[in-house]
Ligand binder design. Structure first.
Ligand code: KE4
Length: 430
């Protein structure tokens, strides 16, 4: 039974008058699943309420930041306390020192770190820094990986670019795009060939160690190790984009899980507690090339602002106090088991991937180890499944090529309700 949508429809019609596509970020427009988006009026815990009063169990969590759940009291209280003393100073403040120290304590590869205001700024700064540090121009990235809307990285990109079928954005000069080499993920031969031919030109390789912008797939054993060796041998900077995986998959992110030490890491999402934030850090000999110490310029009016710092610190404190990563793994395993049970009889049509609190149900038998295999998914069947779940009060990411996220607010009743809805929705979709 479809949900009432009068208010959301009215708001979307109004939004279309003022905002391109009616959204401030393309992936929210439901282009990957059809229909039009609902408008969120409030959210608490793992549930979002829309403008018509419908409630959904939320598996998007604002695309990752809300790892405690929406409106977590420790985070909201920290923001209120900070706001009482002023919203932004543009002057160094104690909270930004505390968050920098905390990032360094949780991620040993980070010797120096700088805060900014989005994941895009973090990856963009890593690329400029790597080019300035090496004096080289070439960047290597991977098909389907999305690193924000950075000109040099909007080449064969994932997430909304992939969903909209335009992995190469208009407006990026061909001459700039030529400085970005795109390789298939999990292909060691392609890595070795590219480094063999152009190793000395490569300023940096940027990778999502766990690609989660074409759904979710994992590095094959030995792949990241090989990448690390090749970067070291050729003097290329290895950049891990952990904007999504950082502080979510483990205290030390994917680099802790896979035991790889990148030269630079980009962060975002979780470290802002839901407020605009990004950060990037790594080897001090590279980071110290940044202005005002070095020749690579990078800046931001609101970088390190006290509210985002307070929210991020409160969120990380709470994650640690509640042994959050263990709890997220337990809920993730429970959800995986429940969804596999719900999918019984459809195993030949589905491929469920999960790592920790991130997951994706591909509508293809699999295996899914790279973008080409992810794109075999039946996106029409996924769209039917998405809407059938939405009508049952379950909000999944509105694209086959996105990952789902769990929070500490998701519990057994939510998992059970989700599995029941999935069993019914799969019968409709397949
Ligand atoms: P932001 O600029 O959106 O804060 O971060 C860009 C970014 C960088 N790196 C990775 C690995 C990312 O996943 C992202 C952004 N993630 C998408 C979700 N797939 C954000 C959602 C959106 O674009 O609205």
């Amino acid at each position: 039974m479809a949900m009432r949508r009068e208010q959301s429809d009215r708001l979307f019609a109004e939004a279309l008058r003022h905002i391109p596509g009616g959204v401030n970020s393309p992936v929210r427009a439901f282009r990957g699943v059809g229909g039009t988006p609902f408008f969120a009026r409030r959210a608490h815990g793992c549930r979002v309420e829309d403008a018509d009063g419908n409630e959904y169990i939320d598996y998007v969590c604002s695309w990752g930041p809300n790892i405690l759940g929406h409106g977590a009291k420790p985070v909201v209280d920290a923001v209120i306390r900070a706001a009482a003393h002023g919203l932004s100073f543009g002057i160094p403040n104690p909270a930004e020192v505390d968050l920098a120290a905390r990032i360094r304590r949780w991620v040993p590869s980070v010797e120096k770190v700088r805060a900014c205001n989005s994941g895009t700024e973090a990856t963009m700064s890593c690329v400029r820094l790597a080019r300035g540090f090496t004096g080289r121009d070439l960047i290597v990235k991977f098909e389907g990986c999305y690193h924000g809307h950075v000109d040099s990285l909007l080449v064969a990109a994932g997430s909304g670019a992939l969903t909209l079928g335009r992995p190469d954005s208009a407006g990026v000069p061909a001459r700039l795009a030529e400085l970005t080499v795109v390789l298939p993920f999990n292909d060691i031969g392609a890595l070795r060939a590219t480094f063999g031919e152009r190793g000395r030109e490569i300023a940096a390789v940027i990778i999502e160690p766990v690609p989660a912008n074409a759904g979710l797939y994992l590095p094959e054993p030995g792949y990241l190790e090989c990448l690390r060796e090749l970067c070291t041998a050729h003097g290329a900077v290895l950049i891990f984009d952990e904007v999504m995986t950082g502080f979510r998959l483990a205290r030390g992110g994917a680099q802790e899980i896979y035991g790889i030490t990148p030269d630079l890491t980009a962060f975002g999402k979780v470290i802002g507690g839901g407020l605009p934030v990004g950060a990037f850090g790594g080897r001090a000999d590279i980071m110290d090339h940044l202005a005002p110490l070095g020749p690579v310029y990078q800046a931001g009016t609101l970088s390190g602002n006290p509210l985002a710092m307070a929210a991020g610190l409160a969120q990380l404190d709470e994650l640690e106090a509640r042994d959050g990563f263990r709890a997220l793994e337990a809920t993730g395993a429970a959800l995986e088991g429940a969804l596999r049970e719900a999918a019984r009889g459809h195993e030949d049509r589905l491929c469920l991937k999960r790592i920790g609190s991130m997951f994706c149900m591909y509508f293809t038998p699999g295996p899914v180890r790279n973008l080409a295999e992810a794109k075999r998914s039946d996106t029409k069947a996924f769209a039917k499944f998405f809407h059938a779940m939405l009508d049952r009060g379950i909000y999944l990411a509105p694209s086959q090529f996105e990952a789902g996220f769990l929070s500490l607010a998701h519990g057994p009743p939510d998992v059970e309700a989700t599995a029941r809805a999935a069993a019914a929705s799969l019968r409709e979709a397949l």
